[in-house]
Each structure stands twice: as structure tokens, then as C-alpha cells.
Design a protein around this ligand. Structure first.
Ligand SMILES: [Zn+2]
Length: 728
């Protein structure tokens, strides 16, 4: 198959006359015009008859890729025989075009020009770099082989920002590494050199590097460091490597070139190197990866080496320990060890599945949130996961989320997986008639929303495509904002105090200077900003007023919390909204029997529950407080003589809604204890003959303290109390 795609301002075409007997029948009469579209001139060829389905898939994928790049939703499939002298059987060709249209129709508005007709057409091409592309599709695999994409690479840019001493040591190591590889592999060419998360990387081509080579390269690096070689400014004539000359072309010929003996490079920033190689006192080559020239998949693939370099051994040791800790604490590592969640290729990326233990944590968080809202006038609502596109066109989310929306095709109607819960809650409010006496109305719903995040950005539980918000919406009068905000602040403080995350600050985000960008009258804004300010002051919130940070629809309070690792997360938010009530024309009857518009307050306490779980897992390093812990007590028996008592204790705990399990395997006690400790179980209870005789328990805490002769009643009462008070 051969195709030419043209990103057009418009195409206008008209079928004039059948080109042959078998031409398509029942085609639309007259001129057809499509604006702002991707026109796909297509010739289906003989070879495609071998695997029509393969070619259709490839054709559709290719069109989707290009449509996404040029950002258009309109596609015109245009049979164009002149592209090939080996055309397929017309029946096959017509079928390919028809099926492709079907497959594209869920995401795009597709027009198909008639097949087998002479057509007149006018076409206005946009003329940007991607507006005209030609392809040959060979079928057989979903990989788009043999395609030449005419991407234009971005030129390298020179940074004048000055580096820290630590960064300079890292770059110096990069230069040494470049020389070391060239010393060992004469043909090697040096590509890009840059920093990524404190590590320096250098790309190489014309050399096959394997992980086994790293040791030898490290020895060479060590030699160069020891030799105390000078790094000096050099002439561009010394720049021999092809990639380095290309970089210099991008940056400009006057940019400084540095040399380390006969190896020369042109760095992307100013003064990146120490004056001699001996300034690097400690280093480690971290790993090998592949990288494309200028990050473009259509360019040559190079081999990238990552390395960490420091001015002292202690710094390197500290850095490696920190890396190790982050890895051990990573929610992905802990999630695997404790069997909290799984990711399945069949289900898809960014759609983690919670295993029983993960689901326990999630439910505990949601139950706790509900406990805090219950009794404060909040009512639980429930809304479906899909809705008609009109809902989001009305709310404005259709444009806001664009291609992040998941589309669902019904038999006759089009739906969208919901990207936000707000519009649904607006509809519940709107359905009933309210008087001022009913206000405020408060809806609560932890509900899942769906957004098509880029695959590369998906990560464990922290970046997902199915995001559960602990959502809630309040409908109130302007004068009620302050009181409602105070209640939410109280909930937020209680929630985070329990979790031991009390280090936080609050951004009071208000309008910027240019008031024209914001929706709603000055008067309402002033009242709302004042209400948030007073709520912040009266509740002693550590807040900063930040101008220009308000949403266009209203001012807000954003809460930024620090976790045990000192990382800051924006979690809770309280947002006033004057826009949605307007868009959905919401109202209630006031004292004078006139329709009054309510203010909507969006509030979330932990934001996305999935992301919040990932933060909690890392915050507690998998050692959860008792109330949150998936396995609170593990009972270990020494022999079967202890089984009866073990069952009694297990029953007693489960009657109290505690989560206890029994390990009665015939295995050494030492091993059972170690396993329970690794699983971070809060209490390990052991029952041997002595315990059976005295009807008591031996109890070991997670920190390793052990007590013998513990009365069963008092242990159970202690557990019940610790769960109830949510002790840390
Ligand atoms: Zn909302």
C-alpha cells in the first residue's frame, strides 16, 4: 500500500464518472467539503491481498499516529490509484477502505471518498513541516517497517546557567568516561553528554558495548583520574567525532571546545569541567541503556552509559545508600513484596489491580474519610462511569481533556468514560428543586475517573489511567462559603494528623492582576477570597497568599504535605467555583422566592486514592499503623497441640473485626517469625505448650519487643483499642 497524507485546511471533491464497471454504487451526489482535516490519498496494492487484515491495522495505526501529531479529528480516506502501478483487486481495495473507516470512526470523524470513480478535487495544504508525508506500508506486522518519517529534529541549545560544584564533578566524570571508552574502543564516537537525576550520561556509537564491558571501562576511568590529566580549552579543529561536530553546528561555531589529551568534546553548557581529572575522587558506572540521537526514534540508536561521580568517597556512599533506600521504599517494590497490587499486560498499562491486601488499605482510607464526613451533613451519592459527550461539552471538560478522553461507542450513541465527577454531581443537584433552607447541599463520592495518560508516564499506583478521586461537591450560598471551608479544613487536619503527616503549608490561590481572565463578578470574587482568607486565618493555617494561582473559575486553598521522606505533595484542595453553576444553570429559591445561583465548592482530602496509596506505602515504608495494616496479627503455632487455642484466639480477633491469620505449617518457629516480620505484620502471637497450659499468649511487636503470659482478653482489648484510636 502507498499513501500520501496531507494536513489540509479543506478538501472539496465530487465524483464525476465511473472509472470501471465494478465502481462503488450508491455514492453521495454533488460536492463534498471537509474542513481542517487529514486527507489520506491511498493506493491498495497487489501485495496487500496476502494479508488484508494486517495492512488495515497498519494503515489505521499510521493514520492515528499522524492525526495525533498534527492534532486533527477529521479524516478523509481518498482512494488514489495514481500512486501505484500494481493495484489490488478493486473488491479487496474497497473492503480495506471500508474497514479502515469503521476502525477509525470511534475516535475520528471519517469521510470516505467513493472508490472507482473519476473525481474532481480542490485541496488546500497547510504547509507546516508535517503537513505532507508519504508512506509505503508493507503489511505483515504491526510494526511500521520501511517508513521514512520526515521529522525535523530540534537543534541542540546552549545553556548559560552556571553549574553547581557537584554538577561540575559529574560532567568531569562524563568527559573522562568518554575518553576511557575511546581509549578502549578506537572506533567509538561520542554523542550527547548530559545530566539526569544527579547522574551523568554519555552516548556512544560505532561500538558494541555490553554490561560486561563496564568493569574494564571503570578501570580505564580510574587510570585517567589517577593520571591527573589537564582538561583545557581547545580549537574546534580538534573536534573529530561526527556527533560532536553536529552538536557544534547546532550551537554555533564559536562555542568552546574542550580537550582531554586527544579526545575533544563540545559541551551543551558553559564551564562544565574541572581543570583536571583528579578532581573526581569517587565514581560508579551505574548502567547501560540505549538512546536515540536527539531522542528521535527515527534516528540512529546509540548506547548510553550512566555514571555517578563525586568529590569524595563519603558523598558517593551516601548517594548509593539513598538510591538503595528509595528502591527499598518504592511502592512498587513493597507492593510486590506485600502482594498489594498487580499490573496485568492483558488489562493494560496504568490500570493496576488491587489484590486483597491492597484493597484492604484502600477501603480503610475510604471508610476513614467517610467517618470524617459523616455527621457533617455530607450525603453519599453514586454516579456511573460513562456519560454522553454532551455532558462534558456543557461542562467544558470536552475541550479541556481533548485526546485524554476515552470514547465508548454504543449501538446508536457515543459515550465518554468520565474524566471528572463534577458534571455528574451538578446533574443530581439540578434534578431537584431546592429552597434556601436546604442549603448547603453536600455530596460525597469516592469515584473513579478515566484519562488516557501517555504510556511512558504511567507508573505503579502513582500515575494511572483509572484514577479514584475522593470527591465531594458542596452547593452553598456565598455567605456560607466560610463556614463550609472551615469544616473541610477541620476534616483535612484530622485526617493528616492521624497519618502523622502534619508538616504542611497552604497556598491561598487568588486572582492575578489581569482580572479579565477570570469568570464571575468582582463582588463575588472578593467575598469568596475573603471567606477563604478568614477560614485560613481563623484555623491558624500556615498559608501564603499567591496571586495569579486561582483557577479561572474561582479562588482555592491547596494543601501541600511533606511525607516521611521530606517530599512535598499537593494533596487536599478546596476550590470555589462560579463557572459550573453558570454552565449548568443551577439554582435554588431564596427568601424572596427568586432563583438564586449557588456557589459550588469542590473538595478533595487525599486527591487520587491510587496516588495517595503509593505515597502512604512509601511514607510508612510498608510498616502500616494497625488500623491500616492488611495483616494485623499473625498467630503461629508450635505443634498441633496449640491449634485449638489458636482457633479460639483467631475467632476472638475476627469477632472484633481485626485481621488475624493463622500459620500452623510444620516449619521451624524461627522461620515462621522471620516470614511474619518480613510481611511487616503488626503483632506476632506464638502459642506453644506453655501458653496452652496457662491459657495465655506470647506476643511480639513489629519493633521486636516480646511479652510472655499475655492474657487473651487483654490482648484483644488492646488490639481493638489501637484500631479504634488509629494509633500511629
Ligand atoms: Zn469537582
Amino acid at each position: 500500500m502507498k499513501i500520501i497524507t496531507i494536513h489540509a485546511d479543506f478538501i472539496e471533491f465530487e465524483a464525476k464518472k465511473k472509472a470501471f464497471q465494478g465502481a462503488e454504487e450508491n455514492i453521495p451526489e454533488g460536492k463534498q467539503r471537509v474542513e481542517e482535516c487529514l486527507v489520506v490519498l491511498t493506493a491498495v496494492e497487489k501485495n496487500d491481498e496476502r494479508d488484508p487484515q494486517g495492512i488495515i491495522n497498519q494503515y489505521v495505526q499510521e493514520i492515528k499516529n499522524i492525526a495525533q501529531q498534527v492534532n486533527t479529528r477529521n479524516i478523509v480516506l481518498y482512494p488514489y490509484a495514481h500512486l501505484s502501478s500494481q493495484l489490488a483487486n478493486p473488491k479487496v481495495a474497497e473492503q480495506v477502505l471500508k474497514e479502515a473507516r469503521e476502525l477509525l470512526a470511534d475516535k475520528y470523524s471519517v469521510t470516505r471518498a467513493p472508490f472507482g470513480w473519476y473525481k474532481s478535487f480542490t485541496l488546500a495544504c497547510k504547509g507546516h513541516p508535517l503537513s505532507e508525508l508519504s508512506r509505503e506500508l508493507t503489511g505483515g506486522s504491526s510494526e511500521t517497517a520501511n517508513l521514512k518519517r520526515e521529522f525535523t529534529d530540534e537543534p541542540f541549545r546552549y545553556s548559560r546557567e552556571s553549574l553547581t560544584p557537584e554538577q561540575r564533578i559529574a560532567f568531569t566524570l562524563g568527559f573522562i568516561l568518554a575518553k576511557a571508552v575511546k581509549d578502549l574502543f578506537k572506533s567509538a564516537q561520542i554523542g550527547e553528554m548530559g545530566l539526569s537525576n544527579q547522574q551523568i550520561y554519555v552516548d556512544f556509537s560505532q561500538v558494541k558495548l555490553r554490561v560486561e564491558d563496564l568493569e574494564r571501562i571503570a578501570r580505564q576511568v580510574q587510570k585517567i583520574i589517577k593520571a591527573d590529566l589537564e582538561i583545557k580549552l581547545s580549537s574546534r579543529d580538534n573536534l573529530k567525532d561526527e556527533w560532536q561536530r553536529k552538536i557544534l553546528n547546532d550551537l554555533g561555531q564559536e562555542k568552546p571546545v574542550y580537550s582531554l589529551e586527544e579526545t575533544a568534546v563540545v559541551p551543551l553548557c558553559q564551564q562544565p569541567f574541572a581543570d583536571s581529572t583528579s578532581k573526581v575522587k569517587a565514581f560508579k558506572l551505574m548502567n547501560l541503556a540505549s538512546a536515540y540521537w536527539k531522542g528521535n526514534q527515527n534516528n540512529q540508536q546509540l548506547t548510553r552509559i550512566y555514571a555517578a561521580g563525586f568529590a569524595s568517597e563519603e558523598q558517593l556512599t551516601g548517594y548509593l545508600q539513598q538510591l538503595d533506600q528509595a528502591e527499598q521504599r518504592s511502592h512498587i517494590t513493597i507492593g510486590r513484596q506485600q502482594q498489594l497490587f498487580v499490573v496485568s499486560d492483558l488489562v493494560g498499562a496504568g490500570l493496576p489491580l488491587l489484590a486483597p491486601k491492597g484493597a484492604i488499605i484502600r477501603n480503610e482510607i475510604i471508610n476513614f474519610l467517610w467517618d470524617l464526613h459523616h455527621g457533617k451533613g455530607y450525603q453519599w451519592v453514586w454516579t456511573p462511569h460513562i456519560a454522553k459527550d454532551l455532558l462534558y461539552k456543557t461542562s467544558g471538560h470536552w475541550d479541556k481533556f481533548g485526546d485524554e478522553l476515552f470514547h465508548v461507542k454504543g449501538k446508536t450513541e457515543q459515550f465518554v468514560m468520565k474524566p471528572m465527577n463534577c458534571p455528574h454531581h451538578m446533574q443530581i443537584f439540578d434534578h431537584f428543586s431546592w429552597s434556601y433552607r436546604d442549603m448547603p447541599i453536600r455530596f460525597f463520592e469516592p469515584a473513579t475517573i478515566y484519562r488516557d495518560e501517555k504510556t511512558g508516564q504511567l507508573h505503579g499506583l502513582s500515575r494511572v489511567r483509572a484514577i479514584t478521586q475522593d470527591d465531594g461537591h458542596l452547593f452553598c450560598r456565598v455567605a456560607q462559603i466560610k463556614q463550609e471551608v472551615a469544616t473541610i479544613v477541620e476534616i483535612i487536619r484530622r485526617f493528616y494528623k492521624i497519618l502523622g503527616m502534619e508538616d504542611y503549608w497552604v497556598s491561598l490561590s487568588v486572582r492575578g492582576k489581569d482580572k479579565s481572565q477570570y469568570l464571575g463578578t468582582d463582588e463575588v470574587w472578593q467575598v469568596a477570597e475573603q471567606a477563604l482568607l478568614e477560614a485560613a486565618e481563623e484555623n491558624d493555617l500556615p498559608f501564603r497568599r499567591i496571586e495569579g494561582e486561582a483557577a479561572f473559575y474561582g479562588p482555592k486553598l491547596d494543601f501541600l504535605f511533606k511525607d516521611a521522606l521530606g517530599r512535598e505533595w499537593q494533596l487536599s484542595t478546596i476550590q470555589c467555583d462560579f463557572n459550573l453553576p453558570e454552565r449548568f444553570d443551577l439554582s435554588f429559591m431564596n427568601e424572596r422566592s427568586l432563583k438564586e445561583r449557588p456557589v459550588v465548592i469542590h473538595r478533595a482530602i487525599c486527591g487520587s486514592i491510587e496516588r495517595f496509596m503509593s505515597i502512604l506505602i512509601e511514607h510508612f515504608a510498608g510498616a502500616f499503623p494497625l488500623w491500616l495494616s492488611p495483616e494485623q496479627v499473625r498467630i503461629l503455632t508450635i505443634t498441633d497441640r496449640s491449634l485449638e487455642l489458636a482457633y479460639q484466639v483467631e475467632k476472638k480477633l475476627s469477632d472484633l473485626n481485626a485481621r488475624a491469620s493463622l500459620d500452623s505449617r510444620a516449619m521451624t518457629m524461627g522461620r515462621k517469625v522471620r516470614e511474619a516480620q518480613l510481611a511487616k505484620v503488626n503483632y506476632i502471637v506464638t502459642i506453644g505448650d506453655k501458653e496452652v497450659q496457662t491459657n495465655t499468649l506470647a506476643v511480639r511487636t513489629r519493633s521486636g519487643e516480646q511479652k510472655f503470659g499475655v492474657e487473651i482478653e487483654s490482648f484483644a482489648a488492646m488490639i481493638a483499642d489501637e484500631i479504634k484510636t488509629k494509633k500511629l
